[in-house]
Design a binder for this molecule. Structure first.
Ligand code: SAM
Length: 285
């Protein structure tokens, strides 16, 4: 692509909408055994990573997602020491998880090493914690990882995957959630990126039903802005191994957090728990 700016559009068939970024050039591309990964240089949003044509990460707005997918569940858990991230190959979620001093181990299991190769090259700031002695960055199918995980060994499972198609499809069903439940310790939490509550509420309801069928007892949806994703209104779904009030979290710890964030605060977390009526109504169905 020449250097005069042009536009990169991602169209979302299921929402009848699209999102565009002005870009200068395509910087990189690789076809892995699993997916096609592309990197663009944008005029105003920094670098952009796409996987199979879907925008995954931009320099400018990835913090919304990485911070809500990590700090919200970790401050909801009483004492998260052992965390497993399924997917997360851009390493942004891993970086946030490792900001918690109480975390002793953080395993990131992504099926596609090329995503992390491209992240290290084009988003080095997201990979800055990869060499933390507590971190294990590995490459395998998350379905297999969870099937083989030691029972009662994990405090928080974070499923930071692509949409439920292709290699990620098997991360959104009862069998996978049963494996997650078995691997979680008492008090354990599962959190999964749950797409747009504005356009894909049926998927969220299906996820919650499959988690419930797998034996999870309590659930909470946390919506948050994510400009480069379909509709710009995204969410994560937290599920608890035992029945508990997921509107309660370690608010004082979150307010006194010893690390900087761009979006997550105790107040933002509290705000995300105040579901708007259209979401509350859909979840009550
Ligand atoms: N924030 C993005 C979103 O919400 O769509 C996700 C970013 S992250 C790059 C998504 C990762 O999920 C990719 O790196 C992909 O390789 C990984 N993935 C997809 N299916 C997987 C599986 N079965 N096991 C492990 N990782 C998987």
């Amino acid at each position: 692509m020449n250097s005069s700016p042009t536009w990169l559009h991602e169209t979302f068939e299921h929402t009848g909408s699209a999102f565009g970024l002005r870009v200068r050039a395509k910087l990189d591309e690789v076809q892995s055994p699993f997916q096609k990964i592309e990197i663009y240089d944008s005029t105003d949003w920094g670098k952009v990573m796409l996987i199979d044509g879907a925008m995954m990460v931009t320099t400018r707005d990835n913090f919304f997602y990485h911070e809500m997918m990590s700090h919200a569940p970790l401050f909801t858990h009483a004492n998260p020491e052992h965390v497993v991230i399924i997917g997360g190959g851009d390493c942004g979620t891993l970086r946030e998880v490792l900001k918690h001093p109480g975390v002793k181990t953080a395993v990131q299991c992504d099926i596609d090493e090329q995503v992390t190769v491209m992240a290290r090259k084009h988003f080095p700031e997201l990979c800055e914690s990869n060499d933390d002695p507590r971190a294990t960055v590995m490459f395998d199918d998350g379905i297999a990882y969870m099937k083989n995980a030691q029972p009662s060994s994990i405090d928080v499972v974070i499923v930071d995957s692509t949409d439920p198609v292709g290699p990620a499809e098997g991360l959104f069903n009862r069998a996978f959630y049963e494996d997650c439940l078995r691997a979680l310790k008492p008090g354990g939490l599962l959190v999964q990126q749950s797409e747009s509550p504005l356009a894909l509420m049926h998927l969220i309801l299906d996820m919650r039903a499959a988690m419930r069928d797998a034996g999870f007892q309590s659930f909470r949806l946390l919506p948050f802005p994510q400009p480069c994703y379909p509709t710009g209104y995204w969410s994560c779904l937290i599920a608890a191994k035992e029945a508990r009030d997921l509107t309660r979290f370690r608010e004082a710890d979150a307010a006194a957090k010893p690390f900087a964030t761009e979006y997550y605060t105790a107040a933002v977390h509290r705000g995300a728990l105040a579901l708007p009526p259209f979401v509350e109504r859909a979840l009550a169905e």
